[in-house]
Design a protein around this ligand. Structure first.
Ligand SMILES: N[C@H]1[C@H](O)[C@@H](Sc2ccccc2)[C@@H]2OC[C@H]1O2
Length: 325
């Protein structure tokens, strides 16, 4: 089997949500290549926390089976989190069906989620080695269906301010131009982790420097080593680190330089306009490139990914591929 599912960006492309049916009930989930739990808002949560969301009701699913001994609790790098119990149920993404997928029904979610009223949960697409279910670890949707796919891969086609898609099992050559360049993935941390080999700012010269990175569709911005971030904003008049905002800001009328990442020996360009992320005030805008301090690696989040067609190749030697959209 193989299939395509649409994704739709929230405001400022902060996250991209996809319709998924769980036990016959349709929820809008944030596909997250940075984590490995499929968790959903559920009727097990306090009613007040369910408000504004579509929720999974295991009791009204004819195909749910409670995994009574299992539970889960997850903490994300932005400090948000959720926890709950586990069911096995039928999950359909586009036309791809997992007949018995671990569905992690939330009993509690943190405030960062509650205020995202269109987000009904996450569908993790990192490696199952970091799934949080205990005592019996579960597989991601991709790992559950991988052996049934034409090819053991999925692709991400995120767009700036417009619907895009995720495809499972095939590469749609109409979704990119030029060629796909691949980088080897190190799966030891359960992430789509690779090494970028350099960067350039605008029309500036390429700087060869390796930086450990992950491809994370669930992260909004592009987090890079502090020296690269300083080199970028050093080219922007009026750019400043604003500790009250927790990051770099730019004048909203800036003509921002492109950012080029060297990955797999090729240049991958983020248009400067993508780096004017969101307004803070009449004149000040939050930068789409920020420092990776405290994260432990760089994060190629949506600000970068929405300039690319991305292949997540889950074959025996996993790799990530990037092509210009
Ligand atoms: N992989 C990412 C994950 O998807 C989000 S979880 C999330 C939190 C609030 C709102 C929406 C999503 C969090 O930020 C970075 C990293 O952790």
């Amino acid at each position: 089997q193989q299939g395509e599912v649409s994704n739709t960006p929230e405001a400022h492309d902060q996250s991209y949500l996809c319709p998924v049916t769980v036990g016959g009930q349709t929820l809008n989930l944030d596909f997250d290549t940075g984590s490995a739990d499929l968790w959903v808002y559920s009727t097990l949560m306090p009613t007040s926390e369910q408000r504004g969301h579509s929720v999974y009701n295991p009791d009204s699913s004819s195909s749910s089976n409670a995994q009574s001994d299992n539970s889960w609790t997850i903490q994300y790098s932005d400090g948000s989190g959720a926890s709950g119990t586990v069911y096995a149920d039928k999950v359909v993404v586009g036309s791809v069906t997992a007949t018995s997928q671990a569905v992690e029904a939330a009993t509690s979610v943190s405030s960062a989620f509650i205020k995202e009223t269109h987000n009904d949960g996450l569908l993790g697409l990192a490696f199952s080695s970091i799934n949080t279910v205990q005592p019996t670890q579960q597989t991601t949707f991709f790992d559950t269906v991988k052996s049934t796919l034409a090819k053991p891969l999925f692709t991400a086609h995120l767009k700036k301010g417009a619907p895009g898609s995720y495809d499972f099992g095939y590469i749609d050559t109409s979704k990119y131009t030029g060629s796909i360049t691949y980088a080897h993935v190190d799966t030891s941390n359960g992430l789509w982790e690779f090494t970028a080999s350099g960067y350039a700012v605008g029309s500036g010269s390429t700087v060869a420097t390796p930086y450990d990175s992950i491809a994370d569709t669930g992260t909004s911005l592009l987090y890079l080593p502090t020296e690269i971030v300083a080199a970028y904003y050093g080219e922007v008049n009026g750019a400043m680190y604003d500790s009250s905002q927790g990051g770099y800001t730019v004048p909203c009328d800036s003509n921002l330089p492109d950012f080029v990442a060297i990955i797999g020996g090729s240049r991958h360009t983020v248009p400067g306009s993508y780096i004017n992320y969101a307004p803070i005030s009449e004149t000040s805008c939050f930068g789409g490139i920020q420092a990776n301090d405290g994260i432990g690696h760089s994060v190629f989040g949506d600000v970068f990914l929405k300039s690319q067609f991305v292949v997540f190749d889950g074959s025996n030697s996993p790799r990530v591929g990037f092509a210009k959209q």
